[in-house]
Design a protein. Structure first.
Length: 261
């Protein structure tokens, strides 16, 4: 049964948290402005991430946008009015990091515009599924600005060559081009996006919780630690995972299958 909790309450919530059993969906909910990020976005998104993080029932997180677009990025009207200070950009980076290090798989569903800050939050997720109509890009340089810490994350995700072009040109790309360069994991017809997200969700729900948690934690360290330090982290993680009942059950099942072969 669907259980819904809105970050700000009611249908007018700018960011919604929708819980369906083991699935927690964070939905950007300002379709009138293409889910653009306003002054309150960092605080409200941090609240939503914490809501799914602390719920032990939630095992997989979806990140989606209401309406025809995922997110068009920063709300330029709010910027023009002086409502977005420079500190806002710094706070956003901590929000993206909270999503990136959330010890649950995060699947991003992208349709329509996924630009600027919208793309930055998408690349902080574990996987990205795009509808055919998706348009992705980092237009900051064309607006005499810098595309945030996508300058840090994007090269790690798709390699320096493709990342530098997107960062330095400010050009948008199609969903198919995003798939070709590894920016999204799959492209589907727009009317199949929700079904595809459900399918990917079920894949992760089939994996033991402890395996996912520690595997994601290790992969987040993979670019930052030298081999010997990373091996120490792996040894500690492996010791914990091997001691879980989930691991013992998997070993028993393996032995039973071998006995039947």
């Amino acid at each position: 049964m669907k259980r819904t909790k809105d970050v700000q309450g009611g249908e007018a919530a700018r960011i919604k948290v929708i819980k369906r059993g083991a699935v927690g969906e964070i939905r950007l909910n300002e379709p009138r402005v293409l889910n653009a990020m306003g002054p309150e976005w960092p605080e409200e998104m941090r609240f939503a991430i914490e809501e799914v993080r602390k719920d032990p029932e939630v095992r997989v997180v979806l990140l989606t946008g209401e309406g025809k677009s995922f997110s068009s990025g920063m709300n330029v009207t709010s910027l023009g009015r002086g409502e977005i200070p420079i500190r806002w950009f710094h706070e956003n980076e901590h929000v993206f990091r909270a999503l990136e290090t959330l010890e649950k798989p995060v699947i991003c569903g992208i349709r329509g515009y996924c630009l600027g800050g919208g793309l930055q939050v998408a690349i902080a997720c574990d996987v990205r599924i795009a509808a055919e109509d998706a348009i992705l890009g980092l237009p900051a340089v064309r607006e005499a600005f810098i595309p945030g810490m996508s300058t840090y994350r994007l090269p790690r995700l798709i390699g320096m060559g493709h990342a530098r072009h997107l960062i330095l040109s400010g050009q948008n790309i199609s969903a198919e081009e995003a798939y070709r360069i590894g920016l999204v994991n799959k492209v589907v017809p727009s009317d199949e996006l929700e079904g595809e997200l459900d399918a990917w969700t079920n894949v992760y729900l089939d994996v033991p919780r402890s395996s996912i948690e520690y595997s994601k934690r290790l992969s987040n360290l993979s670019y930052d630690l030298p081999f010997e330090e990373f091996l120490e982290e792996f040894d500690r993680a492996a010791e914990v995972v091997i001691s879980t009942e989930e691991h013992r059950a998997a070993r028993r099942a393996w032995l039973e299958r071998r006995g039947r072969d």
